[in-house]
Design a protein around this ligand. Structure first.
Ligand code: GRG
Length: 293
């Protein structure tokens, strides 16, 4: 399989949907739209929409079933990156090889662009006409919870509080389950919900996402040490510099690599229960743990 070609095909469909959901506007509020679009179209991997689409497909659904949620989730992911880069948080100047949102548009507009992406996400999913409205309602609740205090924001708060103090492996796992894992899990579970998956299918997706989320985070930590600024589009070594606890700081690079392999194998095993339709989720897992950016 030409994995790059397969990914690019999917990215094209996702980008076209995002373009329709957030077109360029030439009115008196053009600047906020420009700021939102600047980060939304800055070259992200579209991992979360892709996972949602594939999880939905694995349970018998299609891209149309998840399109509004896939766009909403990518908007929420983008808002989290904009806010994470702000001076009050990571204070980063570069992301995906480009100036971060606040460097380009100023801090006030960057905060508002993040807020506006979050609001746009919920506007999109709550104003759509669905064939199965009860599935959509469930999916909206999953998305809200996963991005809030019981999910990504909760993880970010725990991460901030843990800076410059030694934490245990269990704490590290807990932080990343929330900070990184919650949106990855939401992608997979919402894919299942919108396809009308049964309990055992949702359970398989849940175990898959849980393990993939950790493997993905470990690779992120490894890349911060072994990657290059050119490939990553941001400075390397920033985790150590800011006193962050990572899988590499806690376990060392070799053990971190071994753990990543274990989690990705667990992920692949979980999803094999869904049969042939889940083949691309396995391919995606391999691709993500071998990525260089
Ligand atoms: C500020 C509300 C708020 C939350 C911040 C997600 C997050 C929480 C911060 C982002 C920083 C970070 C390194 C998070 C770990 C998850 C991660 C590896 C995000 C990057 O995701 P990719 O690689 O990004 O999918 P692209 O650029 O491909 O979209």
């Amino acid at each position: 399989m030409d994995i790059r070609g397969e990914l690019e095909l999917r990215i094209k469909t996702i980008d076209e949907a995002l373009e329709k959901r957030l077109p360029k506007l030439e009115n008196e509020r053009a600047e906020i739209y420009d700021a939102m679009r600047y980060s939304l179209f800055a070259g992200g991997k579209r991992l979360r929409p892709m996972l949602m689409w594939e999880a939905c497909g694995a349970c018998g659904g299609s891209w149309e079933d998840v399109e509004p949620f896939a766009c909403a989730l990518e908007m929420i992911h983008t808002y989290s990156l904009i806010h994470d880069d702000l001076p009050a948080m990571d204070n980063d100047d570069l992301r995906r090889g480009l100036p971060t949102n606040h460097i380009k548009f100023g801090e006030a507009i960057a905060i508002l662009a993040g807020d506006a992406l979050l609001n746009k996400a919920f506007e999109i999913i709550s104003s759509e006409r669905y064939e199965y409205p009860e599935r959509a309602l469930k999916a909206i609740a999953v998305l809200a919870e996963s991005s809030g205090t019981e999910g990504m924001i909760g993880g970010q708060v725990l991460d901030l509080e843990s800076e410059n103090r030694q934490i245990s492996p269990e704490e590290l796992k807990h932080i990343h389950r929330l900070k990184t894992g919650a949106l990855i899990r939401a992608a997979c579970i919402i894919g299942g919900i919108m396809a009308g998956a049964d309990k055992s299918e949702i359970n398989a997706l849940d175990i898959y996402a849980e393990n993939l989320g950790i493997a993905f985070q470990i690779q992120d930590d490894i890349l911060d040490v072994t990657g290059s600024e050119e490939e990553l589009g941001k400075p390397i070594g920033s985790d150590k510099e800011s006193g962050k606890n990572t899988y590499v700081s806690l376990y060392g690079i070799e053990k971190a690599k071994q753990l990543m392999k274990e989690y990705s194998e667990n992920a692949k095993e979980a999803v094999s229960a869904l049969g042939d339709g889940a083949g691309f989720l396995t391919v995606l897992t391999e691709y993500l743990v071998n990525r260089r950016k």
